[in-house]
Write a new protein. Structure first.
Lengths: 492, 216
């Protein structure tokens, strides 16, 4: 058990004993009436403040709200001392009577942080303590608190007689200072409430409202006192103010409870919202994946059709022509050797053409140099074959995983093909760099720009290819300012 | 003239052997992969090894690696690399230090028997042979401020043939002009491109290739 907890438990036990002693004093009093109301208000408020104070102290040892609440509770019991028939105890009660109100001002002005943030607030609290402690002490020295409106109250044993006028003046001064003090406290409390966000109001409203009502009633009582109103109304408003203060600890508990429930609700609302958003994102992603998968499959078929067409239109035609030439040669070998030789030359030409086309086709499917020598060599080949001057500004050292390398190569190949076809560019630059766990690709030209990414099926296919590697592809092509294709592919 | 032929495809290897033998060259050994090639070369010390780039076990660039090893171990043995594809990157790699006794040709060239045999002989004698496609790729590279723009069409032809590793006499024969005319073109080209003049043929090849291989 921590020492703080032990101390708090001891304080709690002390408060219980103090309450019981107070109860005994009130019940045994000759002058307190009605005893039931006084006992109830004192015990409920005293124990309430101490109980909530100790709990708050335990939960938030760094926040002064707990100690302040506890202090209000303990000083509250001074009121019970006034029920005593012993003059000395009665006098002590009279001295301490007003202290809890100063602490209450401190508590509410500093609520909920427990700190006095502004100079004005500090001034307010300092004045409150001044009015309730030194001034009250001096007043008790010259006054007889039980003199007015109290039958059977003991006389003041410490009173310095002959200065009733001074006592009167001090009392009036206390009242005159207390009125603006309490009014200012109400304003501070109201502004605190106004300035707090809705989420915090849930906790603040019960406490601040109760405090404001209690201070309001206290203010009325003070004004009545100054106005010289009768004892009856003063007493009623005072008891009402005390009752309101007695509710304060419970208002605090309600606030705490509301904040917890509120937080649960808020968390639930937030989770629901997040969940819905995630579901929507997931659905969009699934849809996107389905579409891109379909496009990849379609692109695969397109590629096969292209290869088939290239083979059929290219190499196959040349080989058929070659076969025909050879048949003709065979027929003329003996009859017309010269024509046969000519046909053979033709046949060899067809053969050369067929092998050249096969070679180009193979390179288009996958350049061997990329596998054998890597990106730099393969890009060099691309640049060599490009009709537009291409500067390879930067390529990464070392090899990358083969799918990344291939995607990088084909992005650049397609981009350079587009540069040659549409950009009317004077030159193009290629940059490939590894950074932050990814390979970053940039192909930039100084051509006419205005490329429509949606229009080019080639680039669309590349987008899918890059997306399949969790990468992104971006085409920026403002009219008249060239085109920049950038891609980023994760690559650890 | 003694030759070792390496190619993992029996069909193509036998074909090349037959062509070379018909052209009057002596094929002293055949190999189906890089290791066997090295063994045969060490054993026979041929004038030239004709090597396919792609061979087992990885089917990537065994031929190139074997060529480098042969050049390092037996500098007297020339190497002619044949490839299904030609890439400037490979040519650059192969001819990084020297073009002496080195060749790099597209495999298809074997069908032009005379030219092929000529290239094999040239390389065997310490000359060079670079595939016209590699040369045209280098020549055709799009450049800003292209220095080649100053050359006349005839000079470009001569430059291409020089890059392929042909001698002046061979260039003269190919273009049907006199040796003197070729020499005049060569001098003109070297002056226009600001290249160091003269030297043996394989040095000339290297100078021309380095010039052509400058980045765009």
């Amino acid at each position: 058990m921590s020492s703080l907890r032990r101390a708090l438990i001891a304080l709690g036990i002390f408060a219980v004993l103090l309450g019981l002693a107070s109860l005994a004093l009130i019940l045994g009093s000759n002058h307190t009436s009605p005893k039931g109301v006084a006992a109830t208000l004192i015990l409920i408020a005293g124990w309430g403040f101490v109980g909530t104070g100790l709990y708050a102290w335990y939960r938030r040892p760094g926040n002064r709200t707990g100690p302040l609440l506890t202090a209000v509770g303990f000083t509250w019991f001074f009121q019970a001392l006034e029920s005593s028939d012993s003059p000395a105890i009665f006098a002590i009660g009279a001295i301490g009577l007003t202290v809890p109100f100063a602490i209450l001002i401190h508590l509410l002005v500093a609520f909920p942080s427990g700190r006095l943030e502004r100079a004005f607030e500090r001034l307010l609290v300092a004045v409150a303590y001044f009015v309730t402690i030194p001034m009250q002490l001096v007043w008790v020295l010259f006054a007889d608190p039980g003199r007015e409106g109290c039958d059977g109250c003991p006389s003041n044993p410490v009173q310095i007689h002959g200065h009733e006028g001074l006592a009167e003046a001090i009392s009036t001064a206390q009242g005159l200072i207390a009125i603006p003090l309490v009014a200012a406290s109400i304003i501070v409390i109201y502004r605190r409430w106004r300035g707090s966000p809705a989420s915090e109001r849930r906790v603040l409203t019960p406490v601040l409202a109760t405090g404001a009502v209690a201070f309001g009633l206290l203010l009325v009582q003070l004004v009545l006192g100054q106005a010289g109103a009768g004892n009856g109304p003063q007493r009623v408003t005072f008891i009402a103010a005390i009752a309101a203060f007695a509710c304060l600890p419970f208002a605090l508990l309600i606030g705490l409870l509301r904040s917890r429930i509120g937080r649960d609700e808020e968390v639930r609302t937030q989770l629901t919202a997040e969940n819905e958003q995630l579901t929507a994102e997931l659905r969009a992603k699934v849809e996107e994946l389905r579409a891109s998968r379909a496009r990849i499959v379609e692109a695969g078929y397109d590629e096969r059709r292209r290869v088939e067409r290239d083979l059929h239109d290219g190499a196959q035609q040349h080989l058929v022509a070659l076969a025909m030439s050879l048949r003709l040669v065979r027929g003329r070998l003996e009859s017309d050797p010269e024509a046969a030789a000519e046909l053979l030359d033709e046949a060899m030409g067809e053969l050369d053409e067929a092998t050249r086309e096969l070679r180009e086709l193979a390179r288009g499917i996958h350049p061997a140099v990329l596998t054998d020598r890597g990106l730099e060599a393969a890009l060099g080949g691309l640049a060599d074959r490009s009709p537009v001057p291409v500067e390879i500004v930067e390529t990464p050292d070392g090899r990358m995983p083969s799918p990344v390398e291939s995607a990088t190569y084909f992005v650049i190949a397609e981009a350079l093909t587009n540069v040659a076809r549409y950009a009317e560019a004077g030159e193009a630059t290629v940059r490939v760099a590894r950074a932050n766990g990814a390979v970053e690709i940039e192909v930039r030209d100084d051509g006419v720009g205005g490329a429509d990414p949606a229009a080019g099926t080639g680039l669309r296919g590349l987008e899918d290819r890059v997306a399949a590697l969790e990468g992104t592809l971006l085409i920026v092509s403002p009219a008249g300012e060239g085109t920049t294709v950038t891609a980023r592919i994760p690559c650890a | 003239m003694r030759v070792v032929v390496a190619d993992d495809s029996t069909l193509l290897r036998e074909g090349v052997v037959r062509l070379l033998e018909e052209a009057g060259l002596e094929v002293v050994g055949q190999a189906a992969d890089g290791e066997e090639l090295l063994r045969k070369v060490r054993a026979h010390k041929p004038d030239v090894a004709v090597v396919d780039v792609r061979m087992p076990p990885t089917h990537t660039d065994e031929g190139l690696r074997a060529a480098r090893e042969i050049r390092a171990e037996l500098p007297d043995v020339s190497v002619l690399v044949l490839s299904q594809y030609v890439e400037v990157a490979y040519a650059r790699e192969l001819l990084a230090e020297s073009a002496e006794g080195l060749g790099y040709l597209l495999k298809d060239r074997v069908t032009d028997v005379d030219a092929f045999a000529d290239a094999v002989r040239r390389v065997a004698k310490g000359g060079s042979a670079l595939d016209p496609e590699v040369v045209s790729q280098m020549l055709g590279r799009a450049r800003r401020d292209d220095p080649l723009a100053e050359l006349t069409p005839r000079e470009r032809e001569v430059l291409a043939l020089m890059a392929e590793g042909r001698t002046n006499a061979a260039i003269a024969e190919a273009l049907v002009v006199t040796d003197r005319a070729v020499e005049k073109h060569v001098t003109g080209i070297f002056a226009k491109l600001d290249l160091p003049a003269g030297g043996e043929d394989h040095r000339r090849v290297l100078a021309v290739l380095r010039f052509l291989d400058q980045p765009a």
